[in-house]
Design a protein around this ligand. Structure first.
Ligand code: NIG
Ligand code: FE
Length: 411
C-alpha cells in the first residue's frame, strides 16, 4: 500500500468528521490540530492526529513539515478557463475610461473571445487550458469547475465542452463542467434573441445530454444579456435533461437574478456585486450557495460583494476565482482569499472555509473534498514555513504554497 506520512505539521487545518455546508457564523470556525501528523494511503486521507499519537516506522516515506501548515486544496467552483486568447487590449481601453458594458456593446468582451475561440482547434484549446490547470494546481487548487460560453454556436459550444471533457479525463484535478451557452447573444441573433434561446434548447442541450458533456447549466442573467424569464426558460430546459443550475447573478445590476436562482433551487448564484436587501434575504433563507468572485470586482473596479451582510444574514457563501480573459485573468485562489479578507472583511478562517469546503459543496463534491476527513481524497496544500494562518492573506502576492498534493501525488 502506497503511504505518505506528513509529520511535525505546525497546524493541520480543516479537520472535520462531517462535511456540512457552512452558513453564517459557522464559517468562522476552522478546526485545527497543532503539531500534527497526517497519513495518506492510496490517494486518500487515512488518518491524522497530534504527533504524540503517531506510531510508525519511517520507511523513507515521511515528509517533515516543520514550520508548515497543511490545508485542504482550494475548490474553485467558478471558472471559464477554456479560452483561446487574452484580452489585454480591452484592459487598456478600460484604463482609458470605457466600462465593461461599453466594451460589450461594441462587440468586444465575450463576443471578442467567441470570435477567437471559433478560430481555435480543439487541440489548441486543450493545450492552453491544460497549462492553466497546471498553473492553478501549483497555487493550491485541487478541484475546479469550468464553463463553456465562449462558443455561442452549436459547433463551438460543443467544441468547448468536449475540451472540458478531455481535461476531466486526463487531469488529476477534480473537474466539473458547466454549459453556459447563454453567456451572450451572438451577433447573428442580435435581432432574433428568441431564436438563440431556441437554438440553446433545441440544438445544443440534446447533444450535451446525449454525450454527457455537462454537469450544470449556467445563464448570464443580466440587463443586456439574458432576462429573468429567459434565464428561467433555459434553466428549466437544462434541468429537464439533468443539469442543475448555477447562475451568473447580480454582477452588474440588481434585477432579480438571485431570486430567480433561488426559485429554481440553483446549486449556486455567483458574482453578487450588486445585492439589495431582497436578494440577501432570498439567498440566506435558501439552500442555494452564494459564490463570491472578488477578483472580478477587483479587476472591473466594482464594489466588492457584501460578504459581511451575507454572513450576518446566515447565507452559505463560497469563494471562487472566475478565471477568464475578460473580468478575472487569474485563477490564483490565494489572491481571492486575500481580497476576501482585505476588501470584504472576511476573517481568514471564513475565507478558507468558503474556498475549500463550501467551494466543494458548490461543485457537489463536499462528500469527498474540501476538508481533512478520513476517506476523503488527499488533495492537500503544504505551505512554506509561515508564522500563522492570517499570514496567508496578509502576505498577498507572495506565493506561500510550497507543494500541492492531488489524489495523494505531489504535483
Ligand atoms: O463571470 N459576467 C459574465 N461572464 C464572465 C466574464 C466573461 C468575459 O468578460 O469574458 C464573468 O465575469
Ligand atoms: Fe463567470
Amino acid at each position: 500500500m502506497a503511504s505518505i506520512i506528513l509529520k511535525n505539521i505546525k497546524s493541520l487545518f480543516g479537520v472535520r468528521k462531517d462535511s456540512p455546508l457552512l452558513r453564517g457564523e459557522q464559517l468562522a470556525a476552522l478546526p485545527a490540530i497543532d503539531d500534527a501528523f497526517l497519513i495518506v494511503e492510496d490517494g486518500v486521507i487515512a488518518s491524522y492526529g497530534p504527533m504524540q499519537d503517531l506510531n510508525y516506522r519511517d520507511d523513507g516515506n515521511s515528509v517533515d513539515a516543520t514550520g508548515r501548515f497543511v490545508l485542504p486544496c482550494w475548490c474553485d467552483s467558478h471558472t471559464h478557463l477554456v479560452f483561446a486568447a487574452s484580452r489585454e487590449e480591452e484592459f487598456v481601453d478600460k484604463i482609458k475610461g470605457l466600462t465593461y458594458a461599453d466594451i460589450a456593446a461594441r462587440g468586444g468582451g465575450i463576443l471578442n473571445s467567441a470570435k477567437k475561440l471559433a478560430a481555435a482547434s480543439e487541440d489548441e484549446l486543450f493545450n492552453l487550458a491544460w497549462s492553466r490547470l497546471q498553473e492553478i494546481a501549483a497555487t493550491g487548487t485541487g478541484a475546479v469547475e469550468i464553463k463553456s460560453g465562449y462558443g455561442l454556436s452549436v459547433a463551438s459550444e460543443l467544441k468547448m465542452l468536449r475540451v472540458i471533457k478531455k481535461l476531466k479525463e486526463k487531469s488529476a484535478l477534480t473537474i466539473k463542467a458547466t454549459f453556459l451557452g447563454a453567456h451572450a447573444f451572438p451577433p447573428e441573433y442580435k435581432d432574433n434573441q428568441n431564436g438563440y434561446v431556441d437554438l440553446i434548447i433545441n440544438e445544443m442541450l440534446p447533444v450535451i445530454a446525449e454525450e454527457q458533456l455537462a454537469d450544470y447549466i449556467d445563464v448570464f442573467c443580466e440587463k443586456g444579456f439574458f432576462s429573468n424569464e429567459r434565464t428561467e426558460k433555459i434553466c428549466l430546459a437544462g434541468m429537464a435533461v439533468g443539469l442543475k443550475p448555477k447562475i451568473h447573478a447580480n454582477q452588474l445590476t440588481s434585477t432579480g437574478a438571485v431570486e430567480t436562482g433561488v426559485r429554481l433551487n440553483a446549486v449556486s448564484v455567483d458574482h453578487l456585486e450588486t445585492m439589495d436587501a431582497g436578494a440577501i434575504s432570498a439567498l440566506s433563507g435558501s439552500a442555494t450557495i452564494g459564490t463570491l468572485l472578488p477578483s472580478a470586482a477587483f479587476f472591473l473596479r466594482m464594489a466588492y460583494q457584501p460578504a459581511r451582510e451575507l454572513i450576518t444574514a446566515g447565507a452559505a457563501i463560497a469563494l471562487a476565482s472566475d478565471f477568464n480573459p475578460g473580468s478575472s485573468p487569474s485563477g490564483n485562489m490565494n489572491f481571492v482569499i486575500a481580497l476576501a479578507c482585505i476588501q470584504m472583511k472576511m476573517l481568514p478562517e471564513e475565507a478558507i472555509n468558503a474556498a475549500t469546503l463550501n467551494g466543494a459543496h458548490a461543485m457537489e463534491c463536499g462528500d469527498r473534498l474540501g476538508s481533512i476527513t478520513p476517506g476523503k481524497t488527499a488533495n492537500l496544500i503544504l505551505t512554506r514555513p509561515i508564522s500563522s494562518l492570517a499570514y496567508l492573506p496578509y502576505s498577498f502576492g507572495t506565493n506561500q504554497v510550497e507543494r500541492t498534493m492531488i489524489n495523494g501525488n505531489w504535483e
